[in-house]
Design a protein around this ligand. Sequence first.
Ligand SMILES: NC(=O)c1ccc[n+]([C@@H]2O[C@H](COP(=O)([O-])OP(=O)(O)OC[C@H]3O[C@@H](n4cnc5c(N)ncnc54)[C@H](OP(=O)(O)O)[C@@H]3O)[C@@H](O)[C@H]2O)c1
Length: 244
Amino acid sequence: MSPETQIKKIIIVGATSGIGRKMAELYAAAGNIVGITGRRKKLLDEIENMFPGKIKTECFDVTGNENIERLNSLIQKIGGLDILVYSSGIGVLSKEVDWEIDKLTVDTNVYGFIEITNWAFNYFSRQGHGSMAVISSIGANRGNSWVPAYSASKAFQSNYFEALAIKAKRIKKDIGIICIEPGFVDTKMVEGYKRFWVVPLDKAAKQIIAGIEKKKQKVYVSKRWWLIARLMRLAPFWLYKKFG
Ligand SMILES: NC(=O)c1ccc[n+]([C@@H]2O[C@H](COP(=O)([O-])OP(=O)(O)OC[C@H]3O[C@@H](n4cnc5c(N)ncnc54)[C@H](OP(=O)(O)O)[C@@H]3O)[C@@H](O)[C@H]2O)c1
C-alpha cells in the first residue's frame, strides 16, 4: 500500500464465503483492518488466521437479535468504522411458492439488511463521514418467477439505498451510499442456476471495491449489466414474462 493511501476500518457482514470473503481478503492484503461476520465460526477463524492483526471476527446470525450489539463489539476490535458492506444473503431457487424459503429470504435479505444499514447510516451521520455498500442484485430490477422472494428482497435493498443516497445529500452528510447490482458471480450461491456472463470472483470483488472507493451510487458487475438492467425495466410485461 502506498503511503498516501489511508488505512481504513472496514466491516463486511457475511464474509465467510463468496463475494464478502474475497473482498475481506483483498482489503486486508492492502493493509486495511477488516472486521468480518457470518454464522460459520470455523471459517471466520480460518480467515482471521490468514491475516493476523488485520482481520477480526464476530460470529452471529443476521436474522437474530444481536446484530447491533455484535457490530459495536466488532468496531471496538477494529478501532473504528469507515466502510460497512452488507453481503449476507441467500438466494434459493423456489420451484414452488415455498413459505420457508420466502421467510428465510426476507429475514436475511430484508430484516437483517435494514436493521444493520439503518444503524450504519445513523452511525456515519453522527461521525460525519463513512461509506456503506450492499450487494444487491441485477434481479432487483424486475420480479423473477424462479426466485420471487429473492428478486423482491433485492428490489427492497436497491430502493432503500437509493432513498438513503438522496437523504445523505439532502442533509449534506459526506456518506457514500453504494448499491452493487451484480449479474452472475462465480460463487456457490448460484451453482444451481442457468448462468451466463459469469464474472470470476476475484474480478467481481475488485470491481466492487473500486466502486466503493469512487462512492458510486450504483455499480453493475460486470458493467455490461447496466444495459440489461435498462432493458429489463423498459420491457413491457407481455415481453418480460417470457424470460422473468
Ligand atoms: N453470486 C452471485 O452471482 C450473486 C449475484 C448477485 C447478487 N449476489 C449477492 O451477493 C451476496 C453474497 O453472495 P455470494 O454469492 O457471495 O454467496 P455466499 O458465498 O453464499 O455468501 C453469502 C454470505 O452470507 C452469509 N449469510 C447468509 N445467511 C446469513 C445469516 N442468516 N446470518 C449471517 N450471515 C449470513 C454467509 O455466511 P454464513 O453462512 O457463515 O452465515 C456468507 O458469508 C448475496 O447477498 C447475494 O444475493 C450474488
